[in-house]
Design a protein around this ligand. Structure first.
Ligand code: GLU
Length: 430
């Protein structure tokens, strides 16, 4: 297939810095990177910044940052397309001198033959024929002297020795023009592959409406770069019918264009969440703690990591689950009223006493034995004892495992919070 038939392929990612890096762009970058890394090739980064109004240094920085976060390193660049404008101008002159292009009211147009067609061989879609009758002589340099986009792309791909152009579907209609420019220069075009569009789960083109839409959004939402790489690799590609988890090394080894689909791929954030949760559980707790601190900028107690690792799907799930260890969360009065019904205070008091006398060390086993003892003595359901304790120490009914939570909080703080909650109970007349 396309990525193995040349000794040293050169691929590129060529974002326009007119906004942040979207998920579709990240997939394009990843696929190019995987093909380069899997074939001993070169990955070139080219910033297509010729739209001077919409290209900003901040956007360039955001894109580079997003690529770094995704750990997609480049071997050459970032090149600036704008800085190559003199070279683009030279090529336009050459095309005019060779009779392939001509001036027209100050602009320069490439001559397109009236008859025949230009066929592009797309590695994903097969051959696509563009009849010349549908393409008129097109502008390659504006009357103000600035080169047109298709001219710049064709010249840059040529000069940078690009062997394979892998990019979004939206560039298919540009391709015959780029090919004609290259042929007019007596050069062979690179191989092309156009990736399918991304849709949301509702079948509409992916946008902000579907949740996280940029790499920055994904990072802030607490996804891990390795999970994002794994998930977006599957947007339009699959190794077989069943494999979902791939290490990056496996992706590098297995990814190839022959298994990329022509059909739109669906980005489903729920699936990414699920996958991210699996990746989180596999992390070494110290590594997880470091990532939590990096993302949230707060110090994370190691025992908090231990009790939440199984429950988190994203890093941002952490503080809502573990925050009670640092400070009890806002008290959910309705939850409290519910767990205090039918002699709730008595059950909670019994739990308090059992925890007070649970012995040392105050660990998960002792806490569990103490609380289960209360359940048995009172002849009630486990949750009739566990839930009041949970609300008393966290403020809500949502927390990591109750025994783990109590043990991590420690005896003294647990008893203090239960006492405070019980005072609240008597204050409200229960
Ligand atoms: N700069 C174009 C974009 O961001 C990509 C051009 C290309 O890959 O040929 O959509």
């Amino acid at each position: 297939m396309m990525n193995v038939d040349l000794p040293s392929p050169r691929l590129r990612f060529a974002p326009s810095p007119t906004g942040v890096l979207h998920i579709g762009g990240a997939r394009t970058a990843l696929y190019n990177w995987l093909l380069a890394r899997g074939s001993g090739g070169t990955f070139v980064l080219r910033i297509e910044d010729t739209d001077r109004e919409r290209s900003t240094p901040e956007n360039v920085e955001q894109i580079l940052d997003a690529l770094r976060w995704l750990e997609l390193d480049w071997d050459e660049g970032p090149y600036s397309q704008w800085e190559r404008r003199d070279r683009h101008g030279e090529v336009v002159e050459r095309l005019v001198d060779g009779g392939h292009a001509y001036e027209d009211e100050g602009a320069v147009r490439l001559r397109v033959p009236d008859a025949g067609e230009t066929v592009i061989h797309d590695a994903i879609r097969g051959d696509i024929a563009f009849p010349h009758s549908a393409i008129k002589d097109f502008v390659i340099r504006r009357s103000d002297g600035s080169p047109l986009y298709n001219l710049a792309v064709a010249v840059d791909d040529l000069d940078m020795g690009i062997t394979h152009v892998v990019r979004g579907d939206d560039h298919i209609s540009n391709t015959p023009r780029q090919v004609m420019i290259l042929r007019a220069l007596s050069e062979e075009p690179p191989a092309y592959a156009h990736l399918p569009l991304l849709h949301g789960p509702d079948g509409k083109k992916l946008s902000k409406r579907h949740g996280a839409a940029s790499v920055q959004d994904l990072r802030e939402a607490g996804y891990l770069p390795e999970a994002v790489r794994n998930y977006i690799a599957l947007l339009g590609w699959g190794y077989d019918e069943s494999t979902t988890f791939f290490t990056t090394e496996e992706l590098i080894e297995r990814f190839d264009l022959s298994r990329v689909s022509k059909n739109p791929a669906v980005f489903d954030e729920q699936k990414l969440r699920w996958m991210n949760g699996r990746y989180l559980r596999e992390l070494d707790p110290d590594d997880l703690r470091r990532r939590l601190e990096e993302l949230t900028g707060r110090e994370v107690p190691p025992e908090a990591v231990a009790i939440t690792q199984e429950k988190m799907q994203t890093l941002t799930d952490f503080w809502p689950l573990a925050g009670f260890l640092v400070q009890r969360g806002p008290f959910d009065d309705r939850a409290w009223a519910r767990v205090m019904r039918d002699s709730g205070p008595e059950r909670l008091r019994a739990a308090r006493d059992a925890l007070e006398h649970a012995g040392e060390p105050f660990d998960v086993e002792r806490v569990e034995a103490a609380l289960r003892g209360v359940v048995e003595r009172l002849g009630v359901k486990p949750k009739d004892v566990f839930q009041p304790v949970r609300v008393a120490i966290t403020g809500t009914t949502v927390s990591p495992g109750i025994f783990e939570s109590v043990a991590a909080l420690g005896r003294e703080e647990t008893l203090a919070r239960i006492d405070e909650a019980l005072r609240r109970a008597s204050g409200t007349g229960h």
